[in-house]
Structure formats: structure tokens, C-alpha cells
Design a protein around this ligand. Structure first.
Ligand SMILES: Nc1ncnc2c1ncn2[C@@H]1O[C@H](COP(=O)(O)OP(=O)(O)OP(=O)(O)O)[C@@H](O)[C@H]1O
Length: 232
């Protein structure tokens, strides 16, 4: 299958910090790729490279410019305006006229159960509601690929399940997902493939079953210890 996006030998540095080193990654349509690894291992940087927000110092990012992408951040930025306007603005920035953008925002809000909150101030919503609003904002753009940076890390278990359920729905609708997570249960529930990063290097890249059930030590002893530590 042709790749939606491909990285070849990508390096990213911030001053003397090597955030990513020689990363190779190929993402095919319909995959659900989980990025895991310790704090500072490069997950957010990798997502930002995939979304074109960070330019590699070396290597290649190959992407069909026609492929629509959206990104949901760990703590999404909300404009001091209504929930509806927050979704509409994302569409307007992509060239949709304001009136139509406001109309199109409503089904996106309905999709995540926020229709009745459309006129509420986005910043007055709870953390869980704001994360759902961020998903609506992304969904409204109709992306082929959605990138999510620890989308449930600051949420209570109930809100976490809601966000996971929406991610499932997005995937079922054919969207390709790439998400960073510290929650290995979530990775098992949502991912088809696991990419393990350590100090900016991609040490394992396996189907989810092989990653958690296979003899990981053969691929990466560090990944095996990480998984054991996180599960224990
Ligand atoms: N804008 C930046 N300026 C300087 N250093 C940065 C910047 N962004 C990331 N880094 C550094 O690059 C490395 C990788 O950071 P990154 O945020 O990608 O890791 P992460 O795996 O997402 O971590 P976490 O799990 O804590 O979110 C870290 O050493 C970090 O301090």
C-alpha cells in the first residue's frame, strides 16, 4: 500500500539536544500508530515533524500535499470565543467562508456530543469537554490523518474513555491515527502498531500484538524493560 507519509533518516536538534536521530518511519492509510517512550524520548517532536511544525535538520519528509492532516495537542489552545467559533475558525483558516464554516462546525460538535454547548465559551468548558472540542475541531477539517499528542493525559477516567471512543470512531471512519501515549492500556486498545522511542532513536516498530506479546528482547531490550516497568 502506498504511504501517506514517510520519514527517511530524519534528525532534529534543539541546540545541543538531539531530539530525533536517524528516524525512518512509513505510515500507510488506515494504520493506528502509537508512539511510546519515556519523557523526553522525542514523541512530541516526531509528531511535530509529521505535521510540518518542526523542520528536520537532516533527512527527508515525504508527504502528498493533497493529504489533509490535523493535530490535537495535549492541552489544546482555545480562543476566547464560543465552542462553535473555535471549530469554525479552523475551517476558515483552511479557506472555508465564515458563514459556511460556522454551519459546518455544528455537525462536528454534534459528533463529539457538544452540540448543546455550541454557544458556550470554549475556555469555560471542562478539560474533558475542551479535549472533545479539540477533536471536533480536527474532525471538522475532514483529515485523512489525525495526529494526537497524549490526548488523554490530563483527563479523568470517564473523559479518557470518551476521547478513546471518539478516536475509535475516527479510525472506523477510515482516518489514519498517530498518537503519543504514556498509557499502555490505551495503546493496546487503540493501536495497530507501536513505535518505541528512546533518546530520539526509534528502537522498535512492530504490530501491537508482537510488541506486547512477542519476544521483544530480540528487537530491543530497552523497549522490553520499559514495557515491564510501565506495566509493573
Ligand atoms: N522547543 C524545544 N527547545 C529545546 N529543546 C526541546 C524543544 N522541544 C523538545 N526539546 C527537547 O527534545 C527532547 C525530546 O522532547 P519531546 O518533547 O519530543 O519528548 P517527549 O517524548 O514528547 O516527552 P514527554 O513524554 O515528556 O512529552 C527533549 O530532550 C526535550 O527537552
Amino acid at each position: 500500500m502506498s504511504a501517506l507519509l514517510q520519514l527517511k533518516n530524519v534528525d532534529v536538534s534543539f541546540g545541543h539536544v538531539h531530539a530525533l536521530t536517524q528516524v525512518n518511519l512509513r505510515i500507510a492509510p488506515g494504520e493506528r500508530v502509537a508512539l511510546i517512550g519515556a519523557n523526553g524520548s522525542g514523541k512530541s517532536t516526531l509528531l511535530r515533524v509529521l505535521h510540518g511544525l518542526v523542520r528536520p535538520a537532516a533527512g527527508l519528509l515525504l508527504r502528498d500535499p493533497a493529504t489533509r492532516q490535523a493535530m490535537v495537542f495535549q492541552r489544546p489552545f482555545m480562543l476566547a470565543s464560543s465552542a462553535q467559533n473555535n471549530v469554525a475558525l479552523a475551517l476558515w483558516i483552511r479557506g472555508v467562508r465564515w458563514r459556511e464554516a460556522r454551519e459546518q462546525a455544528l455537525p462536528a460538535l454534534a459528533r463529539v456530543g457538544l452540540l448543546e454547548m455550541a454557544q458556550r465559551s470554549a475556555r469555560a468548558l471542562s478539560g474533558g469537554q475542551q479535549q472533545r472540542l479539540a477533536l471536533a475541531r480536527a474532525w471538522g477539517l475532514d483529515p485523512a490523518m489525525l495526529l494526537l499528542d497524549e490526548p488523554t493525559s490530563s483527563l479523568d477516567p470517564h473523559a479518557k474513555r470518551d476521547v478513546e471512543a471518539f478516536m475509535e470512531q475516527f479510525a472506523a471512519a477510515g482516518m489514519t491515527l498517530v498518537f503519543a501515549s504514556h498509557n499502555l492500556g490505551q495503546v493496546k486498545r487503540l493501536a495497530t502498531r507501536v513505535v518505541y522511542l528512546q533518546q530520539g532513536r526509534l528502537l522498535a516498530d512492530l504490530p501491537v500484538h508482537d510488541f506486547f506479546e512477542g519476544p521483544l528482547g530480540a528487537t530491543s531490550r530497552e523497549a522490553e524493560l520499559f514495557v515491564k516497568g510501565e506495566l509493573g
